[in-house]
Design a protein around this ligand. Sequence first.
Ligand code: ATP
Ligand code: MG
Length: 235
Amino acid sequence: MLLTLENINTYYGLSHILQGVSLEVDSREIVTLVGRNGAGKTTTLKSILGIAPISSGRIRFQDTDISALPTHSIIQKGIAYVPEDRRIIPGLTVRENLKLALMKSKNRDREEEMIDRVAQYFPILKDRLKQEGTSLSGGEQQMLAIARALVTDPEIMLIDEPTEGLMPLLVETIAEIIQTIHSNGVTVLLVEQNMEMALSISHRAYVIDEGRIQTSGDARAILNDEEIACKYLAV
Ligand SMILES: Nc1ncnc2c1ncn2[C@@H]1O[C@H](COP(=O)(O)OP(=O)(O)OP(=O)(O)O)[C@@H](O)[C@H]1O
Ligand SMILES: [Mg+2]
């Protein structure tokens, strides 16, 4: 397994949010984590990254226990994060946003090569390198957020609700981009509320509710199951 979460527990203050979450992602998989608002999806990603430190359990990446590592070390091992709120840095151009991500990665000396790579994936960003990142449209900002993760050459990308608030055509574009990234060798752990999108690109799925994994399996079986949808996914 590339990434394994074993019985992790995560608190925010006194609130016990993740209550024994276990999941695994194999190399070259696209795995989706689904669940209603407040179920613990983002907290799971933040726990992997050490942003929301776990209080017990174990997280392994490749053959290393990363449970107690600081976030920057986890990222340097090849885990990239595309946060739900995109977090484009105000006042910086598109290029500067990408450069900032590069500075913290092993690719810091390969700026032009990485910008070229971004341009291949996202021609629209190539034309906007000098534009302020926060002036981009919602869809373009999502592309920039994904591009920022991509330039670090990750083994795995943790992508939190990339299609939230986007119109259907852009949802399709984002789905295609994730598939291209995957076909170039990157493993993906996706959080998605858009079942159709998740189903169209995932191999396996986990359902989380109230901080616990309720069920998991083949993406088609999970995401097409009406009983599961009714019990765990209805808001
Ligand atoms: N910083 C925080 N401090 C305290 N509680 C928090 C914090 N962040 C999240 N929570 C709580 O933890 C629980 C899980 O939140 P989380 O953000 O992981 O849910 P989610 O599944 O990502 O939901 P959504 O679909 O709305 O993004 C919720 O009850 C939320 O209110
Ligand atoms: Mg969330």
